[in-house]
Ligand binder design. Structure first.
Ligand code: SF4
Length: 301
């Protein structure tokens, strides 16, 4: 469900060369080391590491991380995602408190919490999300919480469980255009994801919804435009548009590296269509600058 990309250059002749705007230099800093130690000590999983996110050094140095609940094995196998597929461990009931403690230690004002898809448990992990939101409220009051949720197979009950815990932002990624859904995330569905966004608005119109799509998977312009219209029609106001980068040779190929100017143009178009806040760029991720997108904090970059 999450935008899980890493920055390894695609291998093989078929694939375009990684362009300069995607070449990131990784710098070890004291802030980064401290964050790494905390994540180890609390036995946490982060999307940043599991997906070898190109923004990791920069985000962690700023004390921003996307925590990943439910272990590091996912019940789904999305073609773009580097999280291992397999039978997950049972949910750890102490994990919500550990995540909340890490957030308190870091003094975060805005935390993004996601999870692997837990199709193996009846509620898809919804109660675990809710418990984590509540733990953050209790142990790190003042920290805003964005949850990046799976589709819970479209379950209204599961979605309501998460919304009842009062997240500040409800994020669910559509990931790609309708035609490419089966190839990109075979266990998910375009209409179902749109339904999650629409249902969240209906159940809790006071909680902003957010979604993200990736470009570079072979989508056409008209399909991107239609996807933006479809998402906006669900009342979703916050949007990220980023570049797909292939995690390894075993993942879906990159069809195209979209130049920064095109991302800018799509950002403008999305705003014209009616999105309230849009982050669109080659290195934008679904959790990228969530605080700015939600209008909770002034832009820090
Ligand atoms: S559902 Fe699992 S495999 Fe798909 S993007 Fe999320 S974590 Fe990755």
């Amino acid at each position: 469900m999450s935008e899980l990309l890493q920055i390894e250059a695609p291998r093989g002749r078929r694939h375009p060369e990684r362009p300069p705007w995607l070449r990131i230099r990784f710098r070890q800093t004291p802030e980064l080391e401290a964050m790494q130690a905390l994540v180890r000590e609390k036995r946490l999983n982060t999307v940043c590491q599991s997906a070898a996110c190109p923004n990791l050094a920069e985000c962690w140095a700023r004390g921003t991380a996307t925590f990943m609940l439910g272990g590091n094995r996912c019940t789904r196998r999305c073609g773009f995602c580097d999280v291992t597929t397999g039978r997950p461990e049972p949910l750890d009931s102490l994990e919500p408190a550990r995540v909340a403690d890490a957030i308190r230690t870091l003094g975060l004002r805005f935390a993004v919490i996601t999870a692997v898809a837990r199709d193996d448990v009846a509620d898809g992990g919804a109660a675990h999300f809710a418990a984590t939101i509540r733990a953050v409220r209790e142990r790190a009051p003042g920290c805003k919480v964005e949850v990046l949720i799976p589709d819970f197979k479209g379950s209204e009950e599961a979605l309501a469980t998460v919304l009842d815990a009062d997240p500040d932002v409800l994020n669910h990624n559509v990931e790609t255009v309708a035609r490419l859904q089966r190839r990109v995330r075979p266990q998910a569905k375009y209409a179902r994801s749109l339904g999650v966004l629409a249902l969240a608005r209906r159940l809790r119109p006071d909680i902003p919804t957010k979604t993200g799509i990736m470009l570079g998977l072979g989508e056409r312009e008209d399909e991107i435009r239609q996807t933006l219209l479809d998402i906006q029609a669900q009342g979703c106001g916050l949007l990220t548009i980023g570049q797909y980068v292939r995690p390894s040779a075993a993942h879906l190929p990159v069809e195209r590296y979209v130049p920064p100017a095109e991302f800018e143009a799509w950002g403008e178009e999305a705003r014209r269509i009616g999105f309230r806040e849009v982050a669109s760029g080659p290195l934008v991720r679904s959790s990228y600058r969530a605080e700015e997108l939600a209008g909770a904090l002034p832009p820090s970059l």
